[in-house]
Design a protein around this ligand. Structure first.
Ligand SMILES: O=c1ccn([C@@H]2O[C@H](COP(=O)(O)O)[C@@H](O)[C@H]2O)c(=O)[nH]1
Length: 285
């Protein structure tokens, strides 16, 4: 089954909430864990345990493991394996990007079946051109994996670059973000046989999509294009805004929150996940 269809199955059975696994140094302190690879590993494993049965998706932020070097990657491997063994859908927030041959290797690192870092999907950057990520898009399609391509990200500093106008080609005159969305939608139409596409886009919940010229209706077509939607909770967006923010794309949005869940601490994290998962379910578009 393709990634988009697997995602739809998870949405139907456990809902759209995605729990971020972001072991910030201050969170490790609050969880009474050391600021080390061992601390990040323990943190990740506890979040996985708390998520299983309450939500269906986790999104480990690779940067918080990478900062410990090889020991951090070993810790991340254990967290990824535990999450997949628990039946959770795992999105590696790795934000990789490069020219084609190098980005192909990134795709293999995170998506190839049997690899030590195998996930269900990863975030990827197409700011070197959507053509540069063709190899991981093909791998995702073949292996039943997913990609989320950065388009309009939740951080305010991205605005100038992502609203800049494309100068030439089929999407001349559109914003960089809208052009990426258009390319991803076209890719799914051409390459996906299921009801949901394997390649999605990152559209932050803090963003006014009209300022980017993004047509959210495009994402709801057939096949639909999944949306990774960070920005809820700590960054200010509320679950009650899901339908008004994403409109026709709301049913296809992976609703992601990290700090606003993790700050509940080890004793409260399971309840926080259960409560927030129900809140998202109640707002389902
Ligand atoms: O546009 C984007 C893309 C990725 N992120 C990542 O999501 C989480 C958000 O954490 P919160 O604590 O819920 O704010 C974090 O790992 C970001 O790197 C994003 O925020 N926006």
């Amino acid at each position: 089954m393709g990634f988009g269809d697997r995602l739809a199955t998870v949405f139907d059975s456990v809902g759209q909430l995605c729990v971020g696994i972001d072991p910030h140094a201050w969170l490790l302190r609050e969880w009474d864990l050391p600021d080390s690879a061992a601390g990040a590993r323990e943190f990740g494993l506890r979040v996985v345990e708390a998520t299983a049965g309450r939500a269906g998706i986790v999104k480990p932020q690779v940067a918080f493991f990478e900062r410990y070097g090889s020991a951090g990657f070993a810790a991340l491997e254990d967290v990824l394996a535990a999450a997949r063994a628990a039946g959770l859908l795992v999105i590696a927030d790795a934000k990789r990007g490069d020219l084609g041959t190098s980005v192909e290797a990134y795709g293999q690192a995170w998506l190839a079946p049997g690899g030590p870092l195998e996930c269900d999907a990863m975030t990827i950057s197409a700011y070197m051109g959507v053509g540069s990520i063709e190899a991981p898009m093909r791998l995702a399609e073949q292996a039943g994996k997913g990609l989320f391509v950065l388009a309009a990200t939740s951080n305010p500093e991205a605005f100038e670059v992502q609203t800049a106008t494309v100068a030439r080609g089929a999407r001349a005159g559109r914003s960089v973000a809208a052009s990426i969305v258009g390319d991803v939608v076209s890719w799914n139409k051409l390459h996906t046989s299921g009801v949901g596409g394997s390649v999605g886009v990152v559209l932050g919940a803090t963003v006014d999509f009209s300022a980017f010229g993004i047509d959210l209706g495009e994402l709801a077509g057939s096949p639909s294009t999944p949306v990774l939607a960070p920005g809820f909770g700590h960054q200010g967006a509320r679950y009650s805004q899901l339908a008004s923010l994403y409109g026709p794309a709301a049913p296809h949005a992976v609703v992601s929150a990290s700090r606003s869940i993790l700050q509940a601490g080890p004793a409260g994290v399971a309840e926080a996940i259960a409560t927030q998962a129900s809140e998202v379910l109640a707002c389902r578009g």
